[in-house]
Design a protein. Structure first.
Lengths: 107, 113
């Protein structure tokens, strides 16, 4: 199985700050990567697919980048509603696998 | 708009089975893969498998072979997941998701005697 290593596990940032979350795959996943946001008690919401494509309706302060085994999610100008957990997922190969998540809090 | 409405919370006994439903609307049910995902308490996400309702084809995470069975009813646009031989390890929230773009609200399954 492809292992997805996500960092950091938790992150504290101030409003307006830029935040970056990293995800490393155990092998090349050829941009088959998605990012999700999950708030407590809610289902995950798709933010980014194909490593850098913004899902419909997602604010443009979210962006994804990367290639090969290294990928990142950037949140520009952090807003209070961005407080959540974030997960990466590879869908290049079966079984699809997720990172362990990053919990983002306000400083 | 795409909506996935899942069945309610289940409290079930060890060694029993449970069947969760996911009723879809707002898109062509038969032309999109329906995925199922597990989230154990305090843990991350695990992909269980998918079903293609148009022809009933399925693909499972090997970890869930023999544990989960995915089916779909085209007449009611509803996908189902049956979980068998339940243990406390199966206590989790289970999600359906169409193409991973749209998710159901989740179904909590608690296995306890």
């Amino acid at each position: 199985d492809i292992q997805m290593t996500q960092s950091p596990a938790s992150l504290s940032a101030s409003l307006g700050e830029t935040v970056t979350i990293e995800c490393r795959a155990s092998e090349d996943i050829y941009n088959g990567l998605a990012w999700y946001q999950q708030k407590p008690g809610k289902s995950p919401q798709l933010l980014i697919y194909n490593a850098n494509s913004l899902h419909t309706g997602v604010p443009s302060r979210f962006s994804g980048s990367g290639s090969g085994t290294q990928y990142s999610l950037k949140i520009n100008s952090l807003q209070s509603e961005d407080v959540a957990s974030y997960f990466c997922q590879q869908y290049y190969d079966y079984p699809y696998t997720f990172g362990a998540g990053t919990k983002l809090e306000l400083k | 708009q795409v909506q996935l409405q899942q069945s309610g919370t289940e409290l079930v006994k060890p060694a029993s089975s449970v069947k969760i439903s996911c009723k879809a609307s707002g898109y062509t049910f038969t032309s999109n893969y329906m995925h199922w995902i597990r989230q154990q308490p305090g843990n991350g996400l695990e992909w269980i498998g998918w079903i293609y309702p148009g022809n009933g084809n399925t693909k499972y995470n090997q970890k869930f072979d023999g544990k989960a069975t995915l089916t779909a009813d085209k007449s009611s646009s509803t996908a189902y997941m049956q979980l068998s031989s339940l243990t406390s390890e199966d206590s989790a929230v289970y999600f359906c998701a169409v193409g991973f773009a749209y998710w159901g609200q989740g179904t909590l399954v608690t296995v306890s005697s």
